[in-house]
Design a protein around this ligand. Structure first.
Ligand SMILES: [Zn+2]
Length: 492
């Protein structure tokens, strides 16, 4: 048996004004066939797992491209085509191949390609023919499309948000595809459109129980795999939204019936999946008046780089200052210009600086503050699950007048873990308020040190106002834009 492995992905926010180009991919380390020789990260971890599983069976492994970009705007066409064609060229040379496994995000949009994953899978299928097993592992914030289903043998999405199960899901996909390649099973996939657009946090109920029920259904009664594609709400594509995916062994009707049953179950509990969002003013007021031994963690959800936001918005910081909230630490604020100025001034310098607010209306107005350069650190990392993710160069700035500390970085990324601050010698537990620019991935690391976690919404690249995202391509109705998007169908 011969297994071909590769990674190409990003999550495209079609509404933000900065494109995804070569530099974005390269800043995360493009590798041409040897990413499994490096420590694993969120999207290379599957390749490590697939190589280990295949080699344990004595199978041959051909490793191709690894290319992943921080979520941003529409991908430059020539960049997508070049990376795609490198994978396809490697695949042609590797033939005959029995199993193709690709780590993708599943919400990549390039100029001219609304469904990059469907395009890549279709071209890969054309090369390997109908009998090879073609599998894709996807972030649950993916668009699941007809082209993807038609051309893959099996698709498996992460089940957990925060995404702590990347490696586990890679193992699941390997098992399904290996069994198919060896003729033990005949996977058939069914997709059910839940007609929902939203974000669903899996550590908390009712989603926790739903994910556990999905897992419990797998591996028995002919059900091979169950995935919920939460969807990525800020992608203007036809298939945007939440979809239930079931893989059964040879029984399409069974797969469809279970996908519909689980989809209905999720739909019924849709209101209970909503989390409370605070406005920045409400959050700042609370931060100003409460005092406790442990920090109040405010998730600055709309400015999460992991959803394609700039990570330099000032809405929350401005409210903290306006409401007199003392003892707050804000990070990571992406501002390479501010970093450069601070670096030039040097540690210990106090100077007037313009911070954040550099990417248009979604960033808010820049803040002009008098700050002291407390410390600078280079080529830093933070923990995310079992992986160490890059954060670039960091500078710790302190605004004494407002009792406000800000960590600025040079590599646009969300804040995953409190240990991101370790290179600067900052102990985040000593602050009264921690503002984290992240939607949910911060949770695993920050919840244990938090008195409480609250979710804040502002304007921004991913404002969680799901009813009012200006889609132009989705034609079927969806909740919460309408109360009952199934009205008039046979599901009601
Ligand atoms: Zn995701």
């Amino acid at each position: 048996m011969k297994v071909f492995i590769a990674c190409l992905g990003t999550e495209t926010n079609t509404f933000v004004p900065f494109p995804t180009g070569r530099r974005n991919f390269e800043s995360f380390g493009v590798r041409h066939g040897d990413v499994t020789k490096s420590p694993r990260n969120l999207f290379s971890a599957p390749l490590h797992v697939w190589r280990e599983r295949a080699e344990a069976r004595g199978w041959d492994v051909v490793e191709s491209l690894f290319a992943f970009a921080q979520p941003a705007g529409i991908t430059v066409r020539s960049v997508y085509e070049e990376y795609r064609d490198e994978i396809l060229s490697d695949l042609r040379q590797a033939m005959p191949v029995d199993v193709v496994l690709i780590s993708m995000h599943g919400a990549m949009v390039a100029d001219g390609y609304d469904d990059c994953e469907g395009d890549l899978l279709a071209r890969a299928r054309a090369i390997v023919g109908p009998n090879a097993a073609v599998g894709g592992e996807l972030d649950l914030h993916c668009h699941l499309t007809t082209a993807m289903i038609d051309n893959a043998t099996a698709l498996v999405t992460f089940k957990e948000y925060p995404h702590v199960d990347t490696a586990e899901r890679a193992g699941e996909l390997f098992a399904v595809c290996a069994d198919a390649a060896e003729g033990r099973t005949r996977p058939v996939m069914a997709l059910h459109d839940c007609r929902m657009v939203g974000m669903y946090r899996t550590p908390i109920q009712p989603m926790r129980g739903f994910v556990d029920r999905m897992t419990a259904l797998e591996g028995k009664d002919g059900i091979l795999s169950v995935s919920l594609g939460h969807g990525f709400p800020w992608g203007d594509v036809v298939e945007v939204g939440t979809q239930m995916l079931v893989i059964a062994d040879g029984d399409a009707a069974k797969a469809r019936a279970l996908a519909e049953k689980l989809g209905d179950e999720l739909f019924v509990m849709r209101d209970a999946t909503l989390v409370k969002y605070w406005t920045a003013a409400e959050a700042a007021n609370r931060g100003a008046t409460e005092d406790a031994a442990k920090p109040l963690v405010m998730a600055d959800t709309a400015d999460n780089a992991g959803g394609g936001s700039p990570s330099d918005s000032t809405f929350v910081m401005a409210e903290l200052i306006a409401r007199g909230t003392k003892g707050a630490l804000v990070g990571l604020v992406w501002d390479p210009i501010a970093f450069q100025i601070a670096e030039e001034a040097g540690e210990g310098a106090t100077l007037d600086m313009r911070i954040g607010g550099k990417c248009g209306p979604i960033s808010g107005d820049p803040l002009d503050l008098r700050v002291t350069v407390k410390k600078i650190a280079y080529d830093c990392r933070q923990t995310f699950g079992a992986n160490r993710e890059r954060t670039g160069d960091l500078v710790w700035l302190r605004d004494e007048a407002h009792d406000l500390d800000i960590v600025v970085n040079t590599l646009r990324t969300q804040l995953f873990h409190p240990d991101a601050y370790a290179p600067l010698g900052i102990d985040p537990t000593r602050f009264r308020v921690l503002v984290v620019k992240s939607s949910q991935h911060f949770y695993a690391g920050f919840a244990p040190i938090a008195r409480e976690v609250i979710y804040v919404t502002t304007k921004g690249g991913i404002e969680p106002d799901f009813a009012n995202i200006p889609f132009t391509k989705r034609t079927t109705p969806f909740w919460p834009k309408v109360d009952d998007p199934f009205a008039g169908t046979n599901r009601r």
